[in-house]
Design a protein around this ligand. Structure first.
Ligand code: PBG
Length: 336
């Protein structure tokens, strides 16, 4: 901003003039949400021709693989660039060594393959972390009650390789183990997957806002304790910059801040400090909060949703993972 004098003063300056009509508000708008900014997370389950509502996420279902092509077809029609696929793993397949995570024929690998087969031009993103597969519900392996870092890295690398083998375009490590981005990058490069991207959950906080997601993937009942020894303390932002710096050094193509709304300051700091493609995860608890408020008649869902998504853009995000991606894309289309 220039010095105060040059900014004008009332009555010659009237801020309301620029806001006086729709056309001028459109001209002076500084930020815009576009369908190109949206990533749609979807949940898959075993079975045929089935969808299972997730009670804590109104309007979101777990769907069987045969329904996946139909579901993503709508995303493609709306112009959404990418989906993120999450599996609900049969509890009988969960083990302390999370071995189902590295099964090349597991649910999420089959889901990835199906999406790429039916919609090759749609980007497919997949988490690397052990929580959907681990009988302890943690993102890493547990030894004597402690989540162990370096042993977990080996499994994460194998997991990334089976997902890349299934056709996954973007590996998204969400586990918060130290050194995982570099380890996964080397593993991918060594196996002929140099073209596969890494979007790291770089600044991922130990948050209360993940609960509905843990219902959705069925890891809530399994989880013993909390994730504070690997996910970040909500009190810290300098630490977020160190996390992001390390992940970029280790080869991340894109970084993510998560959750979204309570961490807009972190999104802004990351974008300003590094200027790399920066994503934000509008997580399940944020989604549930808005749905609950709208359901209780406290606010207008569509308007509140678009305001929140625009806030991510204002904070500097290049893209947003949101369960409301289809709703937002439809609203954007309707307003064209
Ligand atoms: C798994 C993972 C989580 C989310 C994305 N990947 C949950 C967690 O870390 O416990 C949360 C997403 C959401 O709440 O929408 N590591």
């Amino acid at each position: 901003m220039k010095n105060k004098q040059s900014l004008g003063a009332f009555p010659r300056t009237r801020m309301r003039r620029n806001r006086g009509a729709e056309w001028t508000r459109r001209l002076v708008a500084e930020h815009r949400l576009a369908v190109d900014d949206l990533i749609w997370p979807v949940f898959v389950i075993e079975g045929e021709d089935r969808c299972e509502p997730i009670p804590t996420m109104p309007g979101v279902d777990r769907i069987t693989i045969d329904r996946l092509s139909g579901a993503v077809a709508e995303a493609v029609d709306l112009g959404i660039p990418a989906v993120a696929v999450f599996p609900y793993t049969d509890p009988a397949l969960k083990t302390p060594d999370a071995r189902e995570a590295v099964n090349p024929d597991n649910l999420v690998c089959r889901a990835i393959a199906r999406v790429k087969e039916s919609h090759p031009g749609l980007g497919v993103i997949c988490d690397v972390a052990l929580d959907p597969f681990n009988s302890d519900g943690h993102d890493g392996l547990l030894r004597d009650g402690v989540v162990v870092n370096d042993e977990t890295l080996d499994v994460l690398c194998q997991q990334a390789l089976v997902q890349a083998g299934a056709g996954c375009d973007v590996i998204a490590p969400s586990d918060m183990m130290d050194g995982r981005v570099g380890a996964i990058r080397d593993a991918l490069d060594g196996a002929g997957f140099a073209h596969v991207l890494i979007m790291s959950y770089a600044a991922k906080y130990a948050s209360a806002f993940y609960e509905p997601f843990r219902d959705a993937v069925g890891s809530k009942a399994a989880l013993k304790g909390d994730k504070k020894t690997y996910q970040m303390d909500p009190a810290n932002t300098d630490e977020a910059l160190r996390e992001v710096a390390l992940d970029i050094d280790e080869g991340a193509d894109m970084v993510m801040v998560k959750p979204g709304l309570p961490y807009l300051d972190v999104v802004r700091r990351v974008k300003d400090a590094f200027g790399v493609p920066t994503f934000v995860y509008n997580v399940s608890g944020e989604f549930a909060m808005l749905k609950a408020a709208a359901g209780a008649g406290c606010l207008d869902y569509d308007r509140a949703l678009m305001e929140c998504l625009l806030a991510f853009k204002r904070a500097g995000a290049d893209g947003i993972l949101t369960y409301a991606a289809l709703e937002a894309a439809r609203l954007l289309k309707g307003s064209e």
